[in-house]
Design a protein around this ligand. Structure first.
Ligand SMILES: NC(=O)c1ccc[n+]([C@@H]2O[C@H](COP(=O)([O-])OP(=O)(O)OC[C@H]3O[C@@H](n4cnc5c(N)ncnc54)[C@H](O)[C@@H]3O)[C@@H](O)[C@H]2O)c1
Length: 326
């Protein structure tokens, strides 16, 4: 029988897909959902009831709770974090508390409970804009936003726990993800959502380029990493090795939806100039060579799946507005 695993950020975009992936593989999943007084379980609502899924409300910043729920867990998949870069300009301390303190709590609990593998989810934002391409795991880190600074710090604490206490931790570093259930704060959902109701779409900087991976491929990479022999805070990029400009994505989605689009640039959607990450283009050589992972979904096929999901009435109604929010 597969042992128990803990997933943090389980009700979020990537976390909910990961929970589904783990249940398909017959793991017993304890899913941490950020406590709220509405008993809202986020995207876990979309997942069929399953005896192997146990939902726990709580907060990463509460050490006692994290220690209790990770007891007898074989693995921890740590995805819980504040992820909105615009919100990180307004409330950097929330990023320190949730992302840094939250990760330290996970590491401490894993150490006490002798957890066999901890996967800490990093982000390509820790690199800042590319100094060279493709960006491998040795690319310098550059904290261009408080979000990035908090994730760099979380990665470094993970490294320190591996070096100081021999904690078996791996740092999974996804580049930009896309797919069903993503928030319209992210670029692909905002383009799709706006184009489904208007031909005019409001965007920030359309000249930035990103390296996109379909969410189910990221889930596959994360699960494979958790089964691998690697530890010592070894870092693995999860990326496609290609990048595409936002303006090109707009053209592609407009064509797929058979809609003309008119782009309106809104300054409130732009990052401050020096905080803007102009180019992310990763190297997936290491993850390909060491754990035989490569993305299965090409960009167009992934976009088709994402658009189809957003077009369903039950899904689009969960995104009632095309307004900008943090
Ligand atoms: N989405 C991407 O493109 C992307 C790219 C690279 C890395 N990542 C990383 O992947 C992880 C998941 O991202 P996502 O896109 O699914 O984001 P998301 O916002 O959909 O999910 C994050 C979840 O973490 C939870 N959370 C935040 N603070 C918490 C706390 N104190 N206690 C308990 N739960 C808390 C939130 O409630 C949310 O459901 C994050 O660590 C993010 O940094 C995401």
């Amino acid at each position: 029988m597969k042992k128990k695993v803990l997933v943090t950020g389980s009700e979020g975009f990537i976390g909910s897909h990961l929970v589904e992936g783990l249940l398909r593989k017959k793991y017993n999943v304890t899913a941490l959902v950020l406590y709220n007084s509405f008993s809202d379980i986020g995207w876990l609502k979309n997942i069929k009831k399953n005896k192997k899924l146990k939902i726990v409300f709580g907060d990463l910043t509460s050490f006692d709770l994290i220690k209790n729920i990770s007891r007898n867990c074989e693995k921890i998949f740590h995805l819980g974090a504040q992820i909105s870069i615009p919100y990180s300009y307004k409330s950097p301390d929330a990023f320190l508390n949730n992302n840094v303190k939250g990760t330290i709590n996970i590491l401490q609990a894993a150490k006490i409970n002798k957890v066999k593998k901890v996967i800490v989810t990093s982000t390509s934002e820790v690199y800042g804009s590319a100094i060279y391409t493709p960006m491998d795991e040795n690319h310098p880190m550059n904290a261009q936003s408080p979000y990035s600074a908090s994730k760099i710090s979380a990665d470094k604490f993970s490294e320190s726990f591996a070096l100081s206490f021999d904690l078996p931790v791996i740092i999974a570093r996804p580049f930009n993800n896309y797919g069903p259930r993503q928030s319209t704060r992210a670029i692909i959902p905002t383009i799709i959502r706006q184009l489904l109701s208007n031909s005019k779409i409001n965007l920030g900087n359309i000249n930035t380029s990103r390296d996109f991976v379909f969410v189910e491929d990221t889930v596959d990479a994360i699960i494979r990493l958790s089964n691998s022999k690697y530890k010592n805070a070894e870092v693995f990029n999860i990326c496609s090795g290609r990048s595409i400009k936002v303006s090109e994505i707009v053209k592609l989605i407009s064509k797929m939806l058979k809609k003309k689009s008119e782009i309106v640039i809104e300054s409130k959607r732009r990052r401050p100039k020096k905080s803007e990450v102009n180019l992310l283009l990763g190297s997936n050589k290491k993850i390909k060579n060491k754990i035989k992972w490569k993305p299965k979904t090409n960009f167009k096929a992934g976009l088709e799946k994402t658009i189809k999901w957003f077009q369903k009435e039950n899904n689009i109604k969960l995104y009632p507005t095309t307004d900008y929010n943090l």
